[in-house]
Design a protein around this ligand. Structure first.
Ligand SMILES: *[C@@H]1O[C@H](CO)[C@@H](O)[C@H](O)[C@H]1NC(C)=O
Ligand SMILES: *[C@@H]1O[C@H](CO)[C@@H](O)[C@H](O)[C@H]1NC(C)=O
Length: 477
């Protein structure tokens, strides 16, 4: 077809037909006059499953320069050691305990030293999930073995910021054939609290509970109402979207999947906790995308960030104090692979920690994209700075208009899969592949952009910092 003929035929097209490659537009407003909650320094943390400890941490290079640098870049940070394997550990802290017992449930000083030295070295807070299955004949928790672990730890001056008692007690009947009642767990955690008071080193350590897998009122709110709210520092629940058996990557960029967290977990769980005690902090204390380790070639790729960043935005908006990501290393959905190489969600987590901190604002945007906002981190941006972060889960560019900041210069962190591939193993920041440089975490600088709109590439995350915003709520430090 000749060019003139093409133009003529284009001119005859009905007006409603979208022009190919034309960016879609989204108008965003931020309510900077009122914050819904506040993101603190320990908003995002990680977990490690206790089964790794049984096998010498699966050889994870905790003390390598690379892992130490990656971990330090995440500080301040919380690490929780827990999961199903933690339920039935027997702590053998005797001097003659062998280094490792393999896959048995005997836990010896060697893995305990390794993890405690690591958290101390990198400046993280540590949470230990204790063995809830050690029970007396009357069904109550027997704290004797936990006491041995605490004695050993206190003697070594290990700092343990917090404790849990058991993992997902609401599915104990399914897992172990024996149910634990909400009232019994509340009593058991009261015993744990008493035990901690016997140790000056752990007198002020906090307790998170009940660590439920499901959203049943009976086991979450029921635990809190049966005395649980009085003995925990924060109520804790877990969340995964669906099982690993569904390998369709499109579900990771689906607004329906994102919304399923809000309707089936976040809203009911925060409501249950607040119904018992409106002031009790709420933690999403173990969470990832799909359960059982993560969908191969999806959960470890750039695309996994959609559900992760959306979850962080939602939790911040709804006042969740801390979100612990399952997990630090090893599994497909982990932030680092088993050799300690960072995956895209590692970079996303570190950038989130550097950029977003302080009061959170509600944001309005079209329903086919996701947009969140908060104050920008006061250590890295001028007082009064605001960050708006948007997820473009579509295969077309989206141009964001934020009229209230239209006349202001901004700093932009545009994150995509390397080469624009949403299934890439790598993440690009402003077009440059993120990677360690001689085992050091690179600086990760923003691009400076003039006033106007912001165009987000297909399948991307964009953090836009308005460093001249002078928002009063973000200036009060
Ligand atoms: C817990 O471990 C003990 C050994 O210490 C074992 O006898 C018991 O069967 C285990 N319980 C469960 C539920 O796995
Ligand atoms: C623990 O701290 C105390 C007091 O600071 C000190 O005397 C002791 O040597 C430390 N123990 C170890 C094992 O580091």
């Amino acid at each position: 077809m000749k060019l003139t003929a093409l133009l003529l035929s284009l001119a005859c097209l009905p007006l409603a037909l979208p022009l190919t490659n034309a960016a879609e537009r989204a108008t965003v407003t931020v309510n900077v006059y009122q914050s819904t909650s506040t993101i603190g320094s320990r908003f995002v943390g990680v977990t490690i499953d206790a089964w790794h400890a049984q096998v010498n941490w699966n050889g994870f290079p905790f003390s390598s320069k690379k892992v130490v640098n990656l971990a330090k870049a995440m500080a301040p940070n919380i690490l929780r050691l827990g999961g199903t394997a933690a339920d039935n550990l027997t702590y053998d802290m005797s001097a003659n305990a062998p280094a490792y017992h393999g896959y048995s449930s005997i836990f010896t000083p060697k893995p305990w030293e390794a993890i405690n030295q690591f958290v101390e070295n990198v400046g993280w807070d540590f949470i230990m999930d204790l063995n809830a299955l050690k029970r007396n004949a009357d069904g109550s928790w027997n704290p004797d073995n936990a006491r041995e672990l605490l004695q050993f730890s206190a003697h070594r001056n290990y700092t343990i910021a917090g404790f849990e008692l058991g993992n997902e007690y609401d599915i104990y009947e399914y897992k172990y054939g024996k149910a634990l009642t909400p009232a019994q767990l509340a009593k058991d955690i009261a015993s744990l609290q008493k035990l901690l008071k016997q140790f000056p080193a752990y007198y002020s350590s906090y307790i998170i509970g009940p660590e439920v897998a499901n959203t049943k009122t009976e086991t979450f709110q029921g635990f809190l109402a049966a005395g649980g709210a009085k003995v925990v520092y924060a109520s804790g629940f877990h969340h995964y979207y669906y099982p690993d058996t569904d390998a369709d990557p499109n579900r990771f960029t689906s607004i329906d999947t994102m919304d399923s967290f809000v309707t089936s977990s976040l809203l009911p769980m925060t409501a249950q906790s607040r119904a018992v005690d409106p002031d009790l902090p709420i933690w999403l204390s173990e969470t990832s995308t799909t359960w059982s380790g993560g969908v191969p070639h999806v959960a470890d790729r750039f695309i996994a960030g959609f559900l992760w960043l959306d979850k962080l935005g939602l939790c911040a908006l709804h006042g969740v104090e801390t979100v612990l990501r399952q997990d630090l290393y090893g599994e497909t959905y982990a932030l680092l692979d088993s050799q300690g190489e960072p995956r895209p969600d590692y970079w996303l987590t570190v950038l989130y920690k550097r950029i977003v901190r302080g009061p959170v604002f509600s944001t309005t945007a079209p329903k086919d994209v996701r947009v969140y906002s908060a104050c920008a981190h006061p250590d890295h941006f001028p007082a009064g700075s605001v960050v708006v972060y948007m997820l473009n889960p579509k295969n077309v560019p989206v141009t964001f208009d934020i009229p209230q900041f239209a006349s202001q210069p901004r700093m932009i962190y545009s994150l995509t899969g390397w080469g624009g591939d949403r299934l890439s193993e790598f993440m690009s920041l402003n077009g440059v592949k993120l990677q360690l440089v001689h085992d050091e975490v690179p600086e990760m600088k923003p691009a400076h952009a003039p006033p106007g709109h912001v165009t987000a590439p297909p399948y991307s995350f964009t953090f836009v910092v308005f460093h001249h915003a002078q928002v009063p709520i973000c200036s009060e430090r």
